[in-house]
Design a protein around this ligand. Structure first.
Ligand code: XMP
Length: 326
């Protein structure tokens, strides 16, 4: 019988055998996979592991805190936080093309992570140990997919921690390689990973950067973050989180429409809700959310976020639409 306790016991032994007393590094994104992989490695080798969290400023409300406080408190991992928010904003300034934005975010991420990894190596050097291993939250479907070839992955340039520089030669530790997502969640719960992380819906590496249609600026990020928080809040209250695959909330930053509020005319931006149902994100259907939930989300966003005067629902399946708008 499959049970998470057995998987943990088996992986702890394997990880110990693989890494010995070498140092290990892991890039935490706040997502399920990297968090559970890190928690498992921490369980196996404790402080030999250093996690690096690059705060690119493109996360949703509360997500950086979930990593920096809740995850650390629950697992005891050693965490190095790099505040790269200004750097990402600067790099993204003036860019509106979706693929360009994705490439910039991917490139900056790798650079910041490299620098952090070098620092961890240097610090470890003083104590006479080497960093040799990099933890990756690769799941079984990722293994199958990367052997398989084309598909959605070629339509947009997905960013994950890929090509690292030659002078940082890591061997990979991939303790989730045999697991499916639901199994990873069970292992995470058993390891005490906080529930908001374990149950987090898929969220793209480039984050809110690809949910602002147009140039990414601090002001626009603040608007989108506020709207997204309301949508997530109401979906959770309605008990719908586990019925929906994910619900991107998108800001059409270069579009304005006329509205009326109180005594005055407004000229604000639309927010798009994109709730989808899916098995694997390769295809998806738009989720038929209850009208009263949609109404509450719309009323709250237009009341509470002054820059937004219209909320629209995306009723396109995938294909022809992709799940994200960029
Ligand atoms: P699309 O928009 O291609 O998205 O239908 C399919 C799934 O992938 C997620 N996604 C990403 N995940 N890095 C990621 O880790 C990325 O660059 C990325 N782009 C899209 C998306 O949220 C959906 O679940």
């Amino acid at each position: 019988d499959w049970n998470p306790g057995n998987v943990i016991a088996e992986q702890v032994e394997r990880i110990r055998a693989q890494v010995g007393d070498a140092r290990v590094i892991c890039a935490l994104s706040g997502g399920v996979d990297s968090s559970v992989a890190a928690a498992l490695v921490q369980r196996a080798v404790g402080d030999q592991l250093t996690c690096v969290f690059v705060d690119h400023g493109l996360l949703r409300s509360g997500e950086a805190e979930q990593v920096e406080k809740d995850f650390v408190a629950a697992t005891g991992v050693q965490l190095k936080v790099v505040d790269a928010r200004e750097r990402f904003l600067h790099a993204l300034a003036g860019h509106t093309d979706p693929e360009t934005k994705r490439k910039i975010i991917g490139r900056e991420f790798i650079r910041v992570f490299e620098d952090a990894a070098r620092e961890v190596v240097a610090d470890a050097g003083e104590h006479g140990t080497e960093v040799k291993f990099l933890v990756q939250g690769t799941l079984y479907p990722d293994v199958v997919e990367s052997g398989g070839g084309e598909g959605a992955a070629n339509i947009k340039s997905h960013h994950n921690v890929g090509g690292l520089p030659d002078d940082l030669q890591f061997q990979l530790v991939e303790p989730l390689r045999a697991l499916f997502k639901d199994e990873v969640r069970a292992v995470g719960l058993e390891l005490g990973v906080p529930e908001p992380i374990v149950w987090r819906q898929p969220f793209p590496g480039p984050g809110l950067g690809i949910r602002i249609i147009g140039e990414v600026t601090q002001e626009r990020l603040d608007v989108l973050r506020a709207a997204d928080l309301i949508a997530r809040d109401e979906l959770t209250k309605a008990g719908l989180d586990r019925d929906i695959w994910q619900c991107p909330v998108v800001l059409l930053a270069d579009v304005r429409s006329v509205g009326v509020q109180g005594d005055g005319r407004t000229y604000g931006h639309p927010i798009v809700l994109r709730p989808v149902s899916s098995e694997d994100a390769m295809t998806a259907d738009w989720t038929r959310l209850p009208y009263d939930v949609l109404a509450t989300i719309s009323t709250r966003i237009t009341n509470e976020v002054p820059e937004v005067n219209r909320v629209v629902l995306d009723v396109t399946s995938k294909p022809p639409g992709t799940i994200e708008w960029e």
